[in-house]
Design a protein around this ligand. Sequence first.
Ligand code: IVH
Length: 668
Amino acid sequence: MNRDTAEKQINKLHNLLNQYNYEYHVLDNPSVPDSEYDKLMQELVQLESEYPELITPSSPTQRVGGQALSDFEKVRHQTQMLSLANAFSESDLRDFDRRVRQAIDDSYSYVCELKIDGLAVSLRYEEGLFVQGSTRGDGTIGEDITSNLRTIRSLPLKLKEPYSIEVRGEAFMPKKSFIKLNKEKEAKGEMLFANPRNAAAGSLRQLDPKIAASRNLDIFLYGIGDFGTMGVSTHSSGLDLLERVGLKVNKERKRCNSIEEVLQYIERWTKDRPNLDYEIDGIVIKVDSLDQQIDLGTTAKSPRWAIAYKFPAEEVVTKLTDIELSVGRTGVITPTAILEPVRVAGTTVQRASLHNEDLIREKDIMLGDWVIVKKAGDIIPEVVHVLEERRNGEEIPFHMPTHCPECSSELVRLDGEVALRCLNPKCPAQRREGLIHFASRNAMNIEGLGEKVISQLFALELVKDPADIYSLTEDQLLSMERMGEKSAANLLKAIEVSKSNSLEKLLFGLGIRHVGAKAAATLAEHFETMDKLAVAKTEDLLLIDEVGEKMADAISTYFENEEVEQLLVKLKNAGVNMEYLGPKRSETVNIDSIFNGKTVVLTGKLEKMSRNDAKAKIESMGGKVTGSVSKKTDLVIAGEEAGSKLTKAEELGIEVWDEEKLLEELEK
Ligand code: IVH
């Protein structure tokens, strides 16, 4: 066979093998016996060994390839990977529906999907070829697990159309594979995986792709970064499109026209869940229209157009032996129940937060009580209630202390708060917790600097404030328990990397009261440097939409503190970046733009551009696009078939433009 014929034959084999693989792993409906697949695969292997230059990365022979890695590279997601808010009851779902109805005054429908219990992943295809797959990470930066994801047989290495897209979904381990894997582990005397989710995550975090390949993982795709770019107008048609190009989409999805239909879907799957080949931990409900999704928008963490209903958690009985107290970053004293170890939802639980004194009173919890325990959202252990009938008179009532268990300052209950607080700013527990927060994922994201390491560094007095982290040396790290050379080197590297974080990470990490991650991002974008923020007056702060009085006061008070001033100088001298590095709105904003400072609502169908594009353009010209018409709205852009929003705008006497006028102004 000459090279040309070989190339043609190789292409033909690619197509046939891809097709058979797709039928088997995606459609679950093979058209040829396994032996035929194996025969063609052998033929391909043979041809590729004769013409190695014809091997392409998307060849079916190249699923499990390459060397084991020494580490996973970091990947920045093109658009943030959000997570979902949770609903635990019918009333939570009705509240969600009410919020949706209030924000959208047109009719709307939902898509219900099974919530697959695995690991969120993002897949990037370029011109139809799978080029990169990553974990969710902190939503902005994940880890490159391409070679492990390539081993998933239902993941096409080549799409049926040459799309360049980023798709998102859940990689998981089917129940059967999980049982088989644990049996093998048991036979070898190895630690078992607690549940299929941990097994899937553990498999995808293996540096050697051969291990992932042996674990029979699977994947369902449920979305893309931005469906709007694909020429579809609903989530459901987006999923159909993903399916058409060869991606595996769960077929149990259903469009529902009312919350009643959603509840029926949930009821059905609560019952039928055990019959599935894979684990689900709930149902995801999404508003179907992409325009309406845009109108509803997102919070810092999750979209307002979707919610995850979580199935009720497994409940078990155990004994509460003690109540431990801890002091948080803001001085709040939190009681924690110490439990006799008990298995629940796949792991052993021995502690559960009791939150505050009121909750202990409400639940009438005593030391020595038998209690019902569950994991809220299948993750966080919680004492549900006491089994009063099992009391024998030996139980001891619990009283909160009057003084801080760490620094002995008197505890106070601030007006309107249920929590008891230690107000001593020098309280060592608060300082330690503040350091843990500083290094945490949403703050400076210093990998390897978790609670245990910080507690040791703090106890050894190697780190007293966040700036001390930046003067740690290898020798100091090596003097700690369970810290080897490699971990020390990795930690120093992670500390170094964190110096170049954008301002919002540092701002959030400093733990200013009332300043959460989203507020930190807004402040950083607005003020651009720490110096400018530090001298901002309360009036300047209040000009920002998201900043209320409480937050403005907290920020001013924070920067007035001399110790804070010294800390910032120390951080700056250590080389920590104090500038905003994200996209600068002010650079693109034309102050003369007609949209500058205006609140705009888009409604109806636009013919010449997607609503998403229109929104982005208006925002780049200094406007703010919101979902519903109110007195605060300055301008409404009404496309074809605009409905009640247009009527409302007219009632309120708000300026209304058509699409033509919008295009005209955008071009200016
Ligand atoms: S949608 C912005 N759909 O559940 C919306 N998530 O916090 C992104 N999950 O870990 C999520 N099945 O990976 C969506 N059908 C489904 C899902 C699903 C499982 C996971 C997701 C994330 C978590 C949501």
